[in-house]
Design a protein around this ligand. Structure first.
Ligand code: SF4
Length: 407
């Protein structure tokens, strides 16, 4: 082992094996409040319309919803009743066994008398309207506005979570507002968004709500998508995909060690999820957050890219995103742009046709290039589309058909 490897191993062990660098008790609400002010800006009318005289978004953290019909406990769809009033949740690969009165690992599924309930159905922690590129989703109606819905909590415990203000808090610990699926669809239509996404926190944990919103949205001619950690089990996933046009999956690393030590999960179920999504023919894009020393090894990135090429196909877009220190990973530096560029070259050399560099606004690889002739097809700066050189999903110059949903 050379000195570079020694250093890498040392830093890795210090990060993944050490005591947590911060605890939930240290969370400041400042980040959450600034996110919420964005929510107010984008959806104040809708909140006012559904909560006359009710909780305002600037009320105290933990305040409850005023529209009980939208946020009442809803029975879970995927679980098994066991002896002594216990249940097994069959929604994600954690497969929690939950005693009467307890909640699962995600904190939002509760056993009440031998029945499992979702505690976040209709309980919205935030709404945002942004370009669809922000998901990120680069090959699905580029430049269109998307309404994003999220709740509290998550079924992962990633030390580098960028949305920890929401995802690492239980349903009673942050502000929420009640919205029925119909309310969400009406809001999307009144704001003129083309699609509704479920993102920011892990949407698997609000499965029933996401399912009902998506079914309703498709009936109204809206497009639907979700951004997931890929830990949903096969049966609920296939059921959900009947009402989903697109999925963005976080592939957090390509080693099981990373998943176990950094995210409290494992790799194999995520790979199975990617195969199922591909098989069901939903539009798929993959995000890989490149974190210095933890998952930036060129060999790991090459292996991951080859797996995508062989199992899913070379056309699947891969977003190599820049890490910035946050939550419990504050001792690592931001990913150098050079590392991202090398990773992009490795992925392209492995045969992937659409490789992006994300979280580096203005980088050339924010844009889409034609694999046929090299023409810049969609010129992007960060999340914003500057111009397009495509017609009916094809390159205007050479006619190459581009993977994605375009018209
Ligand atoms: S969704 Fe929640 S309760 Fe169900 S298995 Fe996953 S972590 Fe456990």
């Amino acid at each position: 082992m050379n000195s570079t490897e020694n250093r890498r191993e040392f830093i890795k062990k210090a990060i993944t094996g050490g005591v947590a660098l911060a605890s939930l008790g240290c969370i400041s609400l400042r980040g959450f409040n600034s996110m919420l002010s964005g929510v107010e800006a984008s959806s104040a009318t809708a909140f006012a319309a559904h909560t006359p005289g009710g909780n305002s978004l600037s009320s105290a953290p933990g305040s409850s919803a005023s529209n009980a019909s939208a946020s009442q406990q809803t029975e879970a769809r995927h679980y098994t009743r066991l002896e002594r009033n216990r249940v097994r949740c069959d929604l994600c690969h954690h497969r929690c066994i939950i005693a009467n009165g307890d909640r699962g690992f995600c904190r939002v599924r509760e056993n009440d008398g031998g029945r499992l309930y979702s505690l976040v159905y209709g309980s919205v922690a935030g709404l945002q309207i942004d370009p669809i590129e922000k998901e990120p989703m680069h090959h699905m109606f580029p430049g269109h506005q998307n309404l994003c819905v999220f709740t509290a909590s998550c079924n992962f415990r990633c030390r580098h979570c960028h949305n920890w203000h929401t995802s690492q808090r239980g349903p009673g610990e942050i502000r929420h507002q009640a919205f029925s699926p119909r309310d969400i669809v009406n809001l999307a239509k009144s704001r003129g968004t083309r699609s509704i996404s479920h993102s920011i926190n892990e949407p698997t944990i609000f499965y029933e709500y996401m399912y009902d919103i998506s079914r309703e949205a498709q009936r109204e001619g809206l497009n639907t998508l979700f951004h997931t950690n890929g830990y949903m089990r096969e049966e609920p996933l296939r059921e959900l995909l009947r009402h989903m046009d697109g999925v963005t999956v976080d592939l957090k690393a390509f080693t099981d060690d990373f998943y176990r030590q950094v995210s409290s999960a494992s790799l194999e179920p995520v790979l199975q999820t990617l195969k199922v999504i591909h098989e069901e023919k939903a539009h798929l894009e993959i995000v890989y957050l490149v974190i210095p020393t933890l998952n930036d090894d060129p060999e790991e990135i090459g292996t991951m890219a080859s797996w995508i090429r062989d199992e899913l196909g070379p056309e699947i877009p891969l977003h190599l995103n820049r890490f910035t220190p946050t939550y419990k990973l504050t001792t690592l530096p931001s990913t150098p742009v050079e590392t991202l560029e090398k990773a992009a070259k490795t992925a392209r050399d492995a045969g992937l046709k659409f490789v992006y560099v994300g979280n580096v606004p203005g980088h050339r690889l924010n844009s889409t290039f034609c694999p046929g002739c090299g023409e810049r097809l969609i010129h992007r700066t960060h999340f914003y589309v500057e111009s397009k050189q495509m017609e009916n999903g094809r390159c205007k110059s050479c006619g190459y058909e581009i993977y994605g949903l375009w018209v």
